[in-house]
Design a protein around this ligand. Sequence first.
Ligand code: HEM
Ligand SMILES: *[C@@H]1O[C@H](CO)[C@@H](O)[C@H](O)[C@H]1NC(C)=O
Length: 337
Amino acid sequence: MGSKALFFFAILSFSVLFSLNLNLAFAENEETEEQVGLVMNFYKDTCPQAEEVIREQVKLLYKRHKNTAFSWLRNIFHDCAVASCDASLLLDSTRRSLSEKETDRSFGLRNFRYLDTIKEAVERECPGVVSCSDILVLSARDGIVALGGPYILLKTGRRDGRKSRAEVLEQYLPDHNESMPVVLERFASIGIDTPGVVALLGAHSVGRTHCVKLVHRLYPEVDPVLNTDHVEHMLHKCPDPIPDPKAVQYVRNDRGTPMKLDNNYYRNILDNKGLLIVDHQLATDKRTKPFVRKMAKSQDYFFKEFARAITILSENNPLTGTKGEIRKQCNVANKLH
Ligand code: HEM
Ligand SMILES: *[C@@H]1O[C@H](CO)[C@@H](O)[C@H](O)[C@H]1NC(C)=O
């Protein structure tokens, strides 16, 4: 072989090796990424019955306490919208840190003990395998179905965080009187667009709002934008300008179909019956109003956008792979080591 040919051969084999190497590196990357991401049916080998056990528990609990379903649904917002779907919402306060549950934004959150019931049922089948964050997300999915909403296919494989995020919570969760541009911006930062936000707020088609969150719209003067028939009802339910925090005084979010996740919410807010300032703004802001009208007309469109937005919310920045832990009890982080 002449020296020219040898040189050519050397270059050729070098480039073949080089590209092979690159390909290998790519393949490895793809594989690790796939392993640490969320997937459909993550527990198919380690706990194949997990999703079924959760579904059965949600059905049983819903039969006994209808309002548990409101809680499953609200939980996914309060956990996933705050930095990560990591079940940090479920942690109790410790001597060192205040829990998210005890902050003002979490006012009214309830039924956490039933989440423990589900966790216990799952632990009996497969101890130490299924995370509280997956249970939180899947119970929301099944709660939505119990309330008459769509069935949403959701991925699993989330792991649980070790600490509460109470100190940053207000940077993520809008207040009841937040302006619509700020609300839209907060959701946009986790990938949820305007129709997505409009659909998610449709969750206020079920459940209740306590008078403490409403009296500023009634006293000292009634907010003039409120529907006068609705004002009468609100004043009847919230007769005191300063409600006794111990008395359970509240107004149902949707008087028409309070137990159904449906598009009646959009007709209510277009009728100026939105309880919270954010609900009212949704129907009046020029960016959101067209979608409110569309959802008021079409339940299918509402469900389609709702399913899409819940999916994005449920995949917000999860802990996967070897990050975080599988909590033994949902209200406390495992002891280190
Ligand atoms: C701008 C965003 C939001 C604000 C400011 C907000 C605020 C509130 C407030 C103040 C209450 C009343 C709590 C009480 O008095 O007990 C409430 C209830 C509720 N929220 Fe939201 N929310 C927002 C978005 C969402 C989202 C995205 C969901 C779910 C996807 C959701 C689900 C619920 C449910 C189901 C209830 C009724 C809870 C029950 O009856 O126990 N909310 N919300
Ligand atoms: C919203 O309401 C809270 C009380 O719940 C109040 O402290 C705050 O000033 C209000 N914010 C706006 C923008 O009106």
